[in-house]
Design a protein around this ligand. Structure first.
Ligand code: HMG
Length: 388
């Protein structure tokens, strides 16, 4: 029996900044951001959107009434949680009117959360083939104004339905993992922005990729020639290029060209959105299947998931019969193309409107948010969500 991803939804808010504008404002050479980092645009997240609303906006595009009846597992991967106790999954379940006879909970391990959720969902659906699981990866990447990490911010949500007989991709082989106690990136409870040792984090990422890549191929009797494409967690596009370069020498020249070409389409969404943290790998995967003209059913795609702190996992999936979904392609293109470009000063204002970590009653400017689901107000220590 095949188990895998049946549907993928994506949402990111309708505002962005251009990396050339950011470079100019920070007195950097624009080519550092465009080529050295590999980013073109960055999503800007207003305070009427958080991981709950972004997950709801991503999920409502893919969940139909049949799905609602069969989803009885909701796993929410995030490192931008809205409460230290109550999970974002419960809020989401309520906003989407999902089945009350479901397990709903949140998991965290930096950018690895959605992968942990996906693998748990795989085990669950394997044991309950008539059921489906909803797996979310939603985050807002914040490093701070005028920091080296600023060019690698972003945000949005990926929503995936895992089922038996999936239409997009099925799991293939046993995953390889690696974890170690590493201080490359973390966010203490009192901070709204991450603390990061950027250059060290780049090195650890590549080490974890090589480690899990070698292990996976050895365990499953595979080599680089068996992959049509390799997709990466993309905190910024150049990071994925560094990962790919670490294994390209294992391939023939022809294969190297093919893998580079497929990587170039897998990065299209990320270079225009920025880091999604835990949803990022799946945004690369979605970009690949939506934008490549060279894929076919049965192709093996490698996926490298990395969450600072640190956990790495490499696994692969095989494309299934309806992996190409024209509706999703048009919808994402239209979402990206209809975004409003902000000046750097407008972005800085929105960045500084991030909600404080204290009890405050306030109504937010939800009327200027065009999303279906939004955060309306903070009241009596509660977040009040609403929808159009
Ligand atoms: P930086 O120190 O400002 O940049 O920060 P740099 O000086 O290292 O330059 C970056 C690249 O631009 C270099 O290329 C330069 O040569 C090049 P590289 O050596 O890397 O190949 N460059 C130019 N290229 C063309 N024209 C020019 C030019 N000037 C320079 N004129 C850094 C960069 C990524 C460290 C910073 O942005 C940062 O700290 N970002 C956040 C951390 C991060 O994303 N780490 C990635 C791995 S960890 C991870 O993926 C987990 C994470 O997603 C979190 C989670 O798990 O939750 C972050």
């Amino acid at each position: 029996m095949k188990v895998g991803i049946d549907k993928i939804g994506f949402y990111s808010p309708n505002k962005y900044i251009d990396m050339v504008d950011l470079a100019n404002a920070r007195n950097e050479d624009p080519n550092k951001y465009l080529i050295g980092i590999g980013q073109k645009k960055q999503a800007v997240i207003p305070n009427t959107q958080d991981v709950v609303t972004m997950a709801a906006n991503a999920s409502q595009k893919i969940i139909n009434e049949d799905d609602k009846k069969s989803i009885d597992l909701i796993i929410f991967g995030t490192e931008t949680g809205v409460d230290n106790s109550k999970s974002a999954a419960i809020y989401l379940q309520n906003l989407l009117n999902l089945n009350a006879s479901a397990r709903a909970f949140e998991i965290k391990q930096a950018c690895y959360g959605a992968t942990a959720g996906l693998q748990m969902a795989k085990e669950y659906v394997t044991n309950h083939p008539d059921k489906k699981a909803l797996v979310i990866g939603a985050d807002i990447a914040r490093y701070g104004l005028n920091t080296p990490g600023e060019v690698t911010q972003g945000g949005g949500a990926i929503s995936m339905i895992v089922s038996s007989d999936p239409s997009i991709a099925s799991f293939d082989g046993e995953s390889a993992f690696h974890s170690d106690d590493i201080m490359d990136f973390w966010r203490p409870l009192y901070r709204t922005e991450a603390v990061v040792d950027g250059h060290y984090s780049n090195n650890v990422y590549v080490d974890f990729f090589k480690n899990t890549w070698d292990k996976y191929n050895q365990m499953n009797g595979l080599s680089i020639n068996d992959y049509k494409a390799i997709t990466f967690h993309l905190p910024y596009v150049k990071m994925g290029i560094k990962g790919l370069r670490a294994v390209l020498p294992e391939a023939s020249e022809l294969k190297q060209e093919e893998l580079k070409n497929e990587f170039n389409v897998s990065k299209i969404y990320s270079e225009n959105i920025g880091n999604l943290y835990t949803g990022s790998l799946y945004l690369s995967f979605l970009s690949l299947i939506n934008n490549s003209n060279d894929l076919k059913t049965g192709d093996r795609i490698g996926l490298f998931s990395y969450g600072s702190g640190a956990q790495g996992e490499f696994f692969s999936m095989k494309l299934e019969r309806s992996f190409k979904n024209n509706y999703s392609i048009e919808e994402i293109d239209s979402m990206m193309n209809s975004r409003k470009k902000l000046t750097i000063s407008e972005y800085e204002t929105i960045f500084n409107q991030w909600l404080p970590i204290k009890n405050i009653n306030m109504e937010l400017d939800w009327k200027s948010d065009d999303a279906e689901f939004f955060l309306k107000e903070l009241k009596d220590n509660q977040r009040i969500y609403d929808h159009k």
